[in-house]
Design a protein around this ligand. Structure first.
Ligand SMILES: [Mg+2]
Length: 319
């Protein structure tokens, strides 16, 4: 359920949760001109909507049948998908026990009933501003400054997420590791500023290929990059690996000290159907081993990790 003022620029999405239609209506009325407002009338609905709509702020009633506000807040704060959404409790006037308990389960603030419209408006505005700043900062800590794609930390997170998703859905997950050939020689020949340009161009190329293939591109470290491909079997991953190799060669960045005369990359490809006996680190090791084999084969090459192929086209990581 969404209420949105058609002509107002969206300034944050607020989820309002209350089992009383009257309170819900007055809060929505108060906020919808300045924000996108969505609402829920029960604890379970609130949790579902927090996951599906990713609001910037939740205004949460304490007293509700079945699941009360404290329980809802605890659950939101224990789930990685909703832990960062600020929660403000709507509590009864003068009830210090409620206020304390609310803050103890992870709420950022509380507003007392009966609500004062101006207080609600200002507090909501302030909390949303803070949330936006926090989102910006978080974005910066997870992005590689030079190339603009995900950094190692964000990539590790994405790998863990996709690994468990693939294990749950019994689907395949492929990983491509990419390394610039003779990058040290490149830096020695052209200098580090040109080296940075080269890294940035590769980041750009990978971001484009990731967008085209529903993949996730990251800088693994130094001149090593990675492309994570959910729901992708090994044959398709090999095609994408070849696309990466060809795209880099097509940029035709001069590299006089390489036998190819232009900047090239070596590419290692691995694919797994995750299960309980494997770790996501196994997939990295496998793709790295394939990358090493590509270097060994003379560079500017794409190599698949030589696992045992299963009949359904996946490969056994431990094979
Ligand atoms: Mg209530």
């Amino acid at each position: 359920m969404t209420l949105e003022a058609p002509t107002t620029k969206r300034r944050g999405r607020v989820l309002v949760v209350d089992d009383s239609p009257a309170t819900l209506a007055s809060l929505c009325e108060l906020l919808y001109e300045d924000h996108e407002v969505i609402f829920a009338t029960s604890g379970q609905e609130a949790i579902d909507m927090a996951h599906s709509h990713n609001p910037d702020l939740i205004l949460l009633d304490v007293v509700m049948p079945e699941m009360d506000g404290f329980e809802v807040c605890s659950r939101l704060k224990s789930s990685p998908g909703t832990i960062d959404i600020p929660v403000v409790f709507i509590t009864s006037m003068g009830d210090d026990v409620d206020h304390l308990q609310g803050l103890n389960v992870g709420a950022i603030d509380y507003i007392e009933k009966p609500i004062s419209p101006e207080v609600v408006r200002v507090r909501v505005k302030n909390h949303i501003q803070m949330k936006h700043k926090q989102d910006t900062l978080r974005g910066l800590t997870l992005r590689d400054g030079l190339t603009g794609i995900a950094n190692r930390r964000r990539f590790d997170e994405a790998l863990r997420e996709e690994w468990s998703r693939a294990a749950r859905s019994q689907s395949r997950l492929s990983l491509i590791m990419i390394d610039i050939d003779h990058f040290k020689l490149f830096n020695d020949t052209y200098g580090h500023p040109e080296g940075d340009v080269c890294l940035a161009r590769l980041g750009e190329t990978l971001a484009q290929i990731a967008a085209d293939t529903m993949g996730f591109a990251g800088r693994y470290g130094g001149e090593e990059f990675c492309l994570l491909l959910p729901n992708t079997a090994v044959d398709r991953a090999m095609e994408i690996g070849e696309k990466v190799r060809a795209a880099v060669q097509d940029i035709a960045m001069p590299h006089a000290t390489s036998s190819y005369q232009t900047v090239t990359v070596s590419v290692g490809v691995a694919c797994a159907k995750p299960n309980d006996t494997q770790r996501s680190g196994d997939l990295i090791e496998a793709a790295d081993a394939a990358l090493y084999a590509a270097k060994h084969r003379g560079r500017n090459a794409v190599v698949e990790h030589g696992f045992v192929r299963l009949t359904d086209g996946a490969v056994a990581l431990a094979g």
